[in-house]
Design a protein around this ligand. Sequence first.
Ligand SMILES: Nc1ncnc2c1ncn2[C@@H]1O[C@H](COP(=O)(O)OP(=O)(O)O)[C@@H](O)[C@H]1O
Ligand SMILES: [Mg+2]
Length: 624
Amino acid sequence: MEESESRGYRFGAFRLDPHERVLLCNGLRVPLPRKALELLLLLVAQPGRTLSKIELMDALWPHRAVHTNSLLVAVNALRSALSTRMLGAQFVETVPRRGYRFVGAVQRTAAPLDTPSPVPRPGPRAAAQGAPEVFVGRTRELQQLLLLFEQAREGRGQLALIRGAAGMGKSALVRCFARGLAEGGHTARIATGRCLESHGSSAAYLPILDALAGLLAGPHGASLEAQLELHAPGWCESFPELFADGGSHRAPSLEAASRESLPWQLARALSAWSSAQPVVLVLEDLHWADPSSLDLLRLLCAHCRTERLLVLGTFRPRAPGLSGEATPSESALEALSACALSELAHEYALPLLALVPLDLTELVSYLDACLPENELTPSLPELFLRKTGGVPLFAARWLQVLRERGQLAQRGRWVLARDISELEGSAPDSLEAVIRHGLAHLPTTIQQALAFASVEGDEFRTCVLAEALPGSTLELARELAELARRDGWLVHVGQEELPDGVLTERYRFAHVLYQNVLYDGLSRQRRISLHRRAALTLEAHGCGRHSRFLAELAWHQERGRRFSRAVATLISAAEHAARIAAPREALLYHARARTLLAQLPQSEQPTGLQLLHRQQELPVPAGL
Ligand SMILES: Nc1ncnc2c1ncn2[C@@H]1O[C@H](COP(=O)(O)OP(=O)(O)O)[C@@H](O)[C@H]1O
Ligand SMILES: [Mg+2]
């Protein structure tokens, strides 16, 4: 294709660089399938002139016989990309029985498209650090997030919610947004905190503590620590593990701590801290949020409206189809979180970004980005859309399966090694099935290690896993690192120090559905024995004496059927929750302990009852 001598073109809100092959809309990169971009280059170089179908097909597919449908697919992809971003404006006109022409004013520009995209897609820097994360579509959502950030920077903060089913791309969206802020030169302090599905769901402030730990370990950690000491002494006292020195240098300021609730203290500390630079808190998977975190969110809804604080909360809808109905597997806590979130959204008219599946154009861009230099039939993206429903995680895993099976092969260019009808027949029929297919491809020892890891939860530690597996710990560590680096099953979270001083690596399943599938595949007996082993390992590392581990330890003890131990741990957890004024968590632990007591043999009941009695003597915290 002949390139224009000029450096680029402008039309409407778009800028097109033929050399870099980049299309921007209001500074944001517009993903376009390769052929659609080439078509645009042809049309825009001769605005107003009708280019015949033959002429276009010869230019786009030289020396290849292709069906005219291919041209139509490219035209449709181009039209849809341009019109959704320009509210329906049409640039590509059909000239009946002749061809297509570009309508609208085109300006040639000599300068390169040097305007940095405020929310760029993963760039070469990301690629240099390892496999770049492919991210397509979601332009509207990214623009919305950028707008919210700009408002927060001006002191009009918000809590915004991002809703989408499992695997719909909530985490990928916030990651892309956060990376875009950094790459776009925006100064912001960004942290992510996660709610955990398993044991964590009743541990007070879990996602907030996770986010604070990230911020405190970051480059501005010292200034945050100073603000917490000043405005949130209750946090310093209740969560000493947040601080590198274990909070030892801090004089407890009980008077200040009791004057204001923990949520208020934190809100004040964040206000003071964000005056220097805006703060973005991403709280992931709020459908598993603990009651204290939900209380804090409620407070932040009102509080951050005059602050430089943007809180982004991701959550799953309660039931597929967004009907709002509970699913049979939904826990009481999930139902509670869902109600609290919808109440908040309604009461404060919170911005809600509802993620929908990727469409055909976006899937075309996705396949083009994952398989650069390809010669794939246009019916492949259509098949992807039909089989995966456009759910990004489903599409990503199926693509990986096709590569691993050699059904997609790189022969100079990526090609389909089988007939498309064969793919149609062998395609997995659900997201869970495609995850199982992918797991089956891994070596048996790795499959076994991951299945054991799933017992720990969506996050796991190598030291616990090593206890349950034969073979050397070193070999295991190497295999896990490889799995995180190469195959995308795991994410390395970091190192963790256990109460006895032992350092262990911590990993997370790249998606919680992987953990769900693996855990579901274990027999009941196997689960019990592995939970028991996990409980014993944690006990041996002193986790029963440390508040941070109590919820998790009790969960393993209960599932490992060490009920007597579990009751004792739950009572300690309830006492801790009451001490930090987290009354609802205290009650949840208490209720769980009561249920378990009923399962204890008669001989152990008195001890359990004594423990419960102790708990009942605790003052019921204010607020209940
Ligand atoms: N917009 C997107 N473009 C390309 N891939 C995506 C996109 N959104 C999600 N994915 C893929 O799907 C996977 C699951 O997405 P994730 O954000 O973890 O889902 P969720 O958080 O909604 O459960 C990601 O790891 C990524 O591979
Ligand atoms: Mg997620």
